[in-house]
Design a protein around this ligand. Structure first.
Ligand SMILES: C[S@@+](CC[C@H](N)C(=O)[O-])C[C@H]1O[C@@H](n2cnc3c(N)ncnc32)[C@H](O)[C@@H]1O
Length: 221
């Protein structure tokens, strides 16, 4: 009996994890995609509908600074910038950042390569809005807490944090992804960062599946 070949993301992730390098599979995946030999499964032409709906319902201020975590090819970052935020978007994969700049040559977004597990010191407390969509879950559970720490650290006083993530079930997961438990979602709140709301929403793109959409606020100074 022959077994099905693993999809590219699982194959490359298995190799990276065997080398104890939790982020080591993203750049090779984007390089394969650039060569046309793999696809990036999370690539979309439209912003994440859970993000777009959140902005459509939102009444808070715009015009501040925003940080988009693990931005990939930049579709969500462009949407955030279009809402009036001075937006920085980063990814650990240099090829993704190059492609984002190529896709949006007139973009006001500052696209940069950075690692959420070791973010630039200058980002501490620097952003009025931080958007995290399915990046933490693309890392193995052992580093989720470090990734969540990095996201929290970027929040300025009074800032908003939006988190979108798949919902962990009790079944063991051979990731990626490694969806987030309710406890992990709750752990974005810490100290002066408190939950505003935590919703479980249907995925418009995949009927039957649900995602967390959670909003947090850091207390004003
Ligand atoms: C599952 S994709 C999600 C992309 C996008 N946020 C979305 O919602 O479609 C995860 C992205 O995060 C990036 N990434 C993973 N770990 C990262 C890290 N430690 N620092 C920065 N980017 C990271 C990957 O290269 C990839 O582009």
């Amino acid at each position: 009996m022959t077994s099905e070949p693993l999809p590219a993301d699982r194959r490359l992730a298995a190799e990276a994890l065997a080398a104890d390098d939790p982020t080591g599979w993203f750049e090779p995946l984007y390089v394969e995609a650039a060569a046309g030999t793999s696809v990036v499964p999370w690539d979309r032409d439209e912003p994440n509908p859970l993000l777009a709906d959140w902005f459509a319902e939102r009444t808070g201020p715009t015009g501040g600074t925003a940080l988009v975590v693990g931005c990939g090819y930049g579709t969500d970052a462009e949407h955030v910038a279009a809402q009036g935020f001075r937006t920085t978007a980063f990814d650990v994969a240099a090829t993704a950042i190059r492609e984002a700049r190529a896709r949006f040559p007139q973009s006001p977004v500052t696209y940069t390569v950075a690692d959420l597990l070791n973010p630039p010191a200058a980002w501490r407390g620097a952003f009025d809005l931080v958007v995290e969509s399915i990046t933490v879950q693309s890392l193995p559970p052992e580093v989720h807490a470090t990734a969540i720490d990095g996201i929290r650290a970027a929040l300025a006083p009074g800032a908003t944090l939006l988190v979108v993530a798949d919902v962990s079930t009790t079944a063991p997961t051979a990731g990626p992804p490694w969806p987030l438990t309710r406890a992990e979602i709750d752990s974005f709140a810490d100290g002066d960062i408190t939950p505003v709301r935590v919703d479980l929403l249907s995925r418009p793109d995949i009927p039957g599946l649900r995602r967390w959409r959670a909003e947090f606020r850091r207390a004003a100074a």
